[in-house]
Design a protein around this ligand. Structure first.
Ligand SMILES: [Zn+2]
Ligand SMILES: [Zn+2]
Length: 848
């Protein structure tokens, strides 16, 4: 009938038309005021670094978030769906060096380019809340937070190791160290230097960060496990061995001052104090204060310790500390076990880390893998002190389980490991040589960067007053624009005299500004709060507004951010709560980590030449096809292998939708506002499929997120519509039914292919935005199948399938199975011993 109306699907015409319309109507994607009366939904995708080009991983991440945002809008929620730019960082400095473009200009140009790409993809962001972290209106609040944290004792300075290139005479970021050498001086070995740096005391929140994970049941278990391991809580005991000073005269000095001989104690941390009678040596980190004492009078030992230090440094640089080949040297000195007075040798070992526990351990080779390996290598004694429960046989060593009792442990023999731990802790406390302790692997967060393109740290050094805070009214400390970025000779800000030289806020005298800038993870730790009140010039954000929007209902991003970003932002949230700025304990209720986009089985990378550009895909197939393919090609949490054929396939599917919809749009419009009689025949069949599809997709949006199967379900629905083409064309389906079918199809497509959906919506005579139309409701009566296919098994083997009424009784199903031709021929002359009916699912006959 309406053949003449049929048109070719042309995304290059449809998409820019809607893009212009949406750009002219920013209120469409804007969050409504907090008193709008609607339930709120905050959906957030991690903000990108403005490299200048979106990659396919971005497209996938944003397609997921945008589908969810659109769905929630259609469900009647007040949706906040913002976007911004993690705009500070090293690449801008590298680009400045390479292209002689100032970092700010380079960054802002890139942001503009990526924003164009996002708009072309039809992503529905509220651009009125855009946040750009490199602008002073944002980073002034980083400085403000820094000062508040400093006042609370959550910011401090200490000496810490940095990578140093002697050639550049500057600090290198970890990513600028390539195989232990400078990225610009390939043959120059990078040194580790001590530098005084700024730290955030995140460890003050270690226990709370750990406990909070139990409540984050909307987060992937793998992310919670990674955070638990990163925080690394271990319960144990600090025990002080005494330094045996026999043969040494006078006094010894440790980190805490001068002590009389035998007064020096070596504090070790152990999780297994029950094994302490099996300690056959004490081992110190090469940096331990006592080691310096020992080597001072022993040049030979010093040379050996220096070697251990080098080995540790190399392993640290290679990021391979866990796998370091274990070496050690005996110091010739002894320690005394406080429980039994036993004298054990003191060693220095390269695998003991100064910054874990106390930098010293007791070595119990019989009951620890690492100690066993070391003792075997250096021929140290191995003493069994734990006997496994339920056997008198000697265990194979090392025996590391706690399922046992003490032997060779004097008066403690026979105690279970757990009881012994308690008992020995009590004794240590009573006698003053130790206590029960908890240690964390989590370290304080070093935020100093000796770089230009970051937030200036708002501190001033005065000769008279020492360290002075920049007063709030002098914020922001603006990053100077004219900086010569050479990446040589120290911190770039240190060479900008107008920046460095300042007046002391206290005495008004000459003073110097701090020239370090902050780690860019500071920027991303709280940016999502700023989205709720992005223009506020007096506060980082308004408490009432943040209270309305937080926590984030759904956060979406890559699993590579499971540790740093997501721990730092949880920490920041707790700090802001304790500052009285917010009331929530955690930033995000639910977290989703999407899989990677790969090509031919490998990560996309320039060097492999397998990068697929989103622009190219959009130019060839349109934004809808590109986005829909990103959702269709794999479950969102799995890796997606990008196949251009697949995009072409999705594009052909959308073309079919387009032809079908435009062909029957006039009929559908004629049926608009009319009620159909109770559907029968092909109408009923199509409506049933429609309502099943609505039910499935609605359920998926509620948490399963199998968007790939959602798209597949829409494809099935469209196939059924196409198969009914003859009946549709012959007018066998009443106009109101055609209207419901096509209208609902447009609504179902809207989260996945928003441009085509908007166009169909208009074709169907709708005037309001599809985004404000209610999401279709599945009618369970219509969705119900009237017949079911039930598999029939004989002795567990599938024989046939019978059709029964959906509400058939078990007896009726049994009769249908027994009456089936194939079943009858196979059971003829045999004894049907038992019939098992699982209603709606299965019949199994036990035949002998
Ligand atoms: Zn260098
Ligand atoms: Zn002063």
């Amino acid at each position: 009938m309406a053949e003449a109306k049929e048109q070719r699907y042309d995304p290059a015409a449809i998409e820019p038309k809607w893009q212009r319309q949406w750009a002219a109507e920013p209120a469409l994607y804007a969050a409504e005021p907090v008193d709008c009366g609607k339930p709120k939904y905050y959906v957030l995708e991690m903000l990108p670094y403005p490299s200048g080009q979106l990659h396919m991983g971005h497209v996938r991440n944003y397609s997921i978030g945008d589908a969810l945002a659109r769905h929630m809008w259609m469900r009647g929620y007040n949706v906040l769906h913002p976007m911004g730019w993690d705009a500070f960082g090293l690449p801008a400095e590298n680009a400045a060096l390479k292209n002689n473009t100032p970092p700010r200009e380079w960054t802002l140009t890139n942001i503009a380019a990526m924003k164009r790409q996002m708009e072309r993809l039809g992503l529905g962001y509220d651009w009125a809340t855009e946040v750009t972290t490199c602008l002073p209106e944002y980073y002034r609040w980083n400085q403000w937070f820094f000062l508040r944290m400093y006042e609370k004792g959550l910011v401090y300075r200490k000496k810490s190791k940095v990578n140093w290139c002697p050639e550049c005479a500057t600090v290198l970021a970890n990513e600028q160290v390539v195989d232990g050498c400078c990225w610009r001086h390939e043959t120059t070995k990078v040194d580790q230097r001590d530098l005084v740096q700024w730290f955030f005391r995140i460890t003050a929140y270690a226990q709370e960060l750990l406990d909070g994970l139990d409540k984050l049941d909307g987060w992937p278990e793998k992310v919670r496990t990674m955070q638990r391991n990163w925080i690394g809580r271990s319960e144990g005991t600090d025990v002080e061995f005494f330094l045996d000073n026999d043969g040494c005269e006078g006094f010894v000095t440790d980190g805490h001052g001068k002590h009389e001989r035998r007064g020096v104690r070596i504090r070790v941390f152990t999780t297994r104090v029950d094994t302490i009678f099996g300690a056959t040596s004490v081992q110190l980190a090469p940096q331990h204060a006592l080691v310096a004492q020992f080597t001072a009078a022993n040049p030979e030992l010093k040379a050996q310790v220096d070697e251990l230090l080098d080995q540790q440094k190399e392993a640290r640089e290679a990021g391979d500390l866990g796998a370091i080949e274990k070496h050690g040297v005996p110091t010739g000195r002894f320690a005394i076990n406080p429980y039994n007075g036993q004298r054990v040798p003191i060693w220095v070992a390269n695998y003991i880390l100064a910054d874990y526990g106390t930098g010293a351990i007791m070595s119990v080779p019989a009951h620890d893998e690492r100690d066993f390996e070391f003792a075997t290598k250096y021929n140290l004694p191995i003493t069994q002190v734990i006997q496994p429960t339920g056997t008198t046989d000697a265990p194979e060593l090392p025996f590391v389980l706690e399922d046992g009792f003490l032997v060779n442990s004097g008066e403690y023999n026979g105690l279970s490991c757990a009881d012994a731990q308690k008992k020995l802790q009590e004794i240590a406390a009573a006698k003053g040589f130790g206590e029960a302790t908890v240690t964390f692997r989590l370290k304080d967060w070093g935020v100093s960067r000796q770089r230009y393109w970051g937030t200036p740290i708002p501190m001033i050094y005065c000769e008279k007053d020492g360290l002075v805070q920049v007063p709030d009214e002098q914020l922001p400390v603006v990053l100077p624009a004219q900086v010569d970025i050479t990446q040589q000779g120290g911190s770039p800000l240190g060479r900008v005299l107008e920046f460095v030289n300042t007046k002391c806020p206290k005495c008004g005298g000459q003073a110097r500004r701090e020239t370090d800038t902050m780690d860019t993870f500071v920027d991303s730790s709280w940016y999502f709060y700023r989205y709720t009140d992005a223009k506020n010039a007096n506060k980082p954000f308004d408490l009432k507004t943040a209270q309305y929007w937080f926590p984030i209902d759904q956060y979406i991003g890559g699993v590579e951010h499971a540790i740093l970003h997501l721990i730092y932002s949880r920490f920041w949230t707790k700090v802001m709560r304790d500052l009285g700025l917010i009331v929530n304990d955690e930033p995000a209720r639910r977290l989703f980590t999407q899989g990677m986009v790969i090509k031919d089985g490998a990560k996309m990378s320039k060097s492999k030449g397998n990068v697929v550009s989103p622009d190219e895909m959009v130019a060839r197939y349109g934004a809808d096809s590109t986005r829909m393919y990103a959702l269709f090609a794999a479950p969102p949490d799995r890796d997606l292998d990008w196949q251009e054929d697949g995009v072409a396939g999705v594009s052909r599917f959308l073309a079919r939708v387009w032809r079908l919809a435009t062909r029957y749009a006039p009929l559908a419009r004629a049926g608009r506002g009319h009620k159909a009689a109770a559907p029968t025949g092909v109408s009923l069949k199509l409506l049933r499929k429609l309502h099943q599809t609505i039910a499935k997709i609605t359920l998926d949006f509620e948490g399963r997120w199998h968007f790939n199967t959602c798209v597949a379900a829409i494809m099935e629905l469209v196939n059924d519509l196409q198969s009914a083409d003859a009946q549709l064309a012959a007018g066998e389906v009443p106009a109101p039914v055609v209207h419901e079918l096509l209208r609902s199809l447009a609504l179902l497509l809207a989260p996945f292919a928003p441009y085509l959906a908007a166009e169909l919506w208009e074709e169907l005579g709708e005037e309001d935005a599809i985004l404000r139309a209610p999401w279709p409701q599945s009618d369970p009566e219509l969705a119900k199948e009237d017949e079911l296919e039930i598999p029939v098994q004989i002795n567990g083997k599938l024989v046939t399938v019978v059709r029964v009424a959906a509400d058939a009784t078990p007896k009726a199903i049994e009769n249908a199975a027994l009456g089936d031709e194939k079943v009858r021929s196979r059971t003829a002359g045999k004894n049907v011993a038992k019939v098992i009916v699982v209603p709606g699912k299965l019949v199994n006959l036990v035949v002998r």
